[in-house]
Write a protein of this length. Structure first.
Length: 191
């Protein structure tokens, strides 16, 4: 098992604006189970239960100021940045390091590699996420249906998420561990 997160950045610095709708086929609203993961959202482009698929492809969006907490899981993930800018957290000897990512960049997250995301820009981050069907199933079970306007995170939502994560063998940092890498997470007591 590799313990190093790999990333590549686009070779040129000036890039034309990328319209994510022209890059990815359009997901018809309501047909591919969009899921809310407490701010970031995922839309399934290839559902985990589709016949003969061993992988799952998703379109992910992290809103400005949003983040994905420090975590790890058995499945690998591959991300291609469609539009926007963000920072990806990778594990390094003795700690963690934030990597700047932008449209055209690619990052591979090996199995069990601790990682996180944060969008410190004023624009949404849009990524193409490729993983296995099992992680897709986790997103289906742990995420909430997208309802339009952002919904507050309830203690029940968070408890459900953490229960499902444990069933899938995922690790999530404590709020204190997340704060140490400058990410705010929800506590069950948060309202």
């Amino acid at each position: 098992m590799s313990t190093e997160m790999h990333s590549t950045t686009s070779a040129h610095t000036a890039q034309p604006a990328i319209d994510e709708k022209s890059v990815l086929h359009r997901v018809v609203e309501g047909t591919h189970q969009p899921r809310d993961l407490f701010g970031p959202t995922l839309e399934f482009l290839v559902l985990p239960e589709e016949a003969q698929n061993e992988f799952c492809v998703l379109r992910g969006v992290i809103p400005p100021g949003g983040s994905v907490p420090l975590h790890s899981h058995p499945p690998t993930e591959d991300f291609f940045i469609i539009s926007g800018k963000a920072q990806a957290l990778k594990q390094v000897a003795g700690g963690y390091e934030w990597i700047e990512m932008k449209a055209g960049d690619y990052i591979h997250v090996p199995s069990e590699e601790r990682h996180a995301w944060r969008n410190v820009s004023s624009e949404p981050l849009v990524v193409l996420l490729i993983t296995n069907a099992r992680l897709g199933q986790f997103f289906q079970e742990a995420g909430r249906p997208v309802t339009g306007a952002p919904q507050p995170v309830t203690p029940e939502d968070l408890a459900h998420f953490l229960t499902v994560a444990a069933q899938y063998g995922h690790w999530y940092a404590t709020p204190e561990e997340s704060a140490a890498v400058e990410i705010r997470t929800y506590r069950v007591s948060d309202q």
